[in-house]
Design a protein around this ligand. Structure first.
Ligand SMILES: C[S@@+](CC[C@H](N)C(=O)[O-])C[C@H]1O[C@@H](n2cnc3c(N)ncnc32)[C@H](O)[C@@H]1O
Length: 222
């Protein structure tokens, strides 16, 4: 596992409790978020041999699915800023017999600790909407930098669109009252990626707990 590159300045928000309690997060999201993880893998359809980067891998369920999809010639790099989450993810990959195919890295992008053009695919699930606005603007630019010229970016995020009214209002109230637990600010992925020079190839809106979840597959625009 690579080491952390730097500490963050005082503008950083305090980390949400779930990052330190990876086991609770893992348990709570195992089943409800499974359809989203499956939809991301189906939309991305990584090819055998692909080099895939997952940013904000959490407890590693998606990283393991990606490692299965890329096969023995492929490689998955999985980054997270939480040591607790990374430990769980590394154990999960080892249990699945995929420890050698996934490299875990403790880091807090942006920037991403990789060279330009290193990856065929970059994946982010439920990450961008949790970042401070400045980082949420910079991270897609960084994804573009580390992608090869024909690389693809696939992400899922709690969306401004597609939610069920009362659920959205309830969520906003919970977010205001308990930002340490409910830390998402719904975004529009398609628009966010367009600002970083990506064009959307495919988009899907799903529902999770009454909230809209947007899944987007995008490529660097010509
Ligand atoms: C809401 S969880 C999603 C985890 C995982 N993608 C999933 O769907 O189960 C967000 C994850 O991103 C990580 N994270 C938050 N900000 C990050 C950053 N700037 N760089 C890397 N990881 C970050 C957190 O530690 C946490 O594991």
């Amino acid at each position: 596992m690579k080491g952390d590159r730097r500490s963050r300045g005082p503008h950083r928000r305090q980390r949400p409790l779930y990052e330190r309690k990876g086991s609770l997060y893992d348990l709570a999201t195992a089943l409800p978020e499974r359809p989203v993880r499956e939809a991301v893998i189906a939309m991305l359809a990584p090819a055998p041999g692909d080099r895939v980067l997952e940013v904000g891998c959490g407890p590693g369920r998606l990283a393991v699915g990606l490692a299965q999809a890329v096969g023995p010639r492929g490689r998955v790099d999985a980054v997270d800023r939480s040591p607790q989450m990374l430990r769980r993810a590394a154990r999960r990959a080892a249990r699945a017999g995929l420890g050698a195919r996934v490299r875990f890295c403790l880091a807090e992008p942006p920037p991403l600790p990789y060279s330009a053009g290193e990856f065929d695919d970059v994946v982010m699930v439920f990450l961008l909407e949790t970042l401070p606005a400045e980082d949420a603007e910079l991270l897609p630019d960084e994804c573009r930098r580390v992608l090869s010229s024909c690389g693809r970016l696939c992400a899922a995020a709690v969306s401004e669109h597609g939610g069920f009214g009362p659920a959205v209002v309830l969520y906003q109230r919970l977010h205001a009252a308990f930002p340490q637990f409910i830390d998402c600010r719904p975004i529009c992925l398609r628009e966010r990626f367009a600002r970083s020079g990506f064009q959307t190839v495919q988009q899907r809106i799903m529902r999770l707990f009454g909230l809209g979840v947007e899944i987007v597959l995008a490529r660097p625009a010509d």
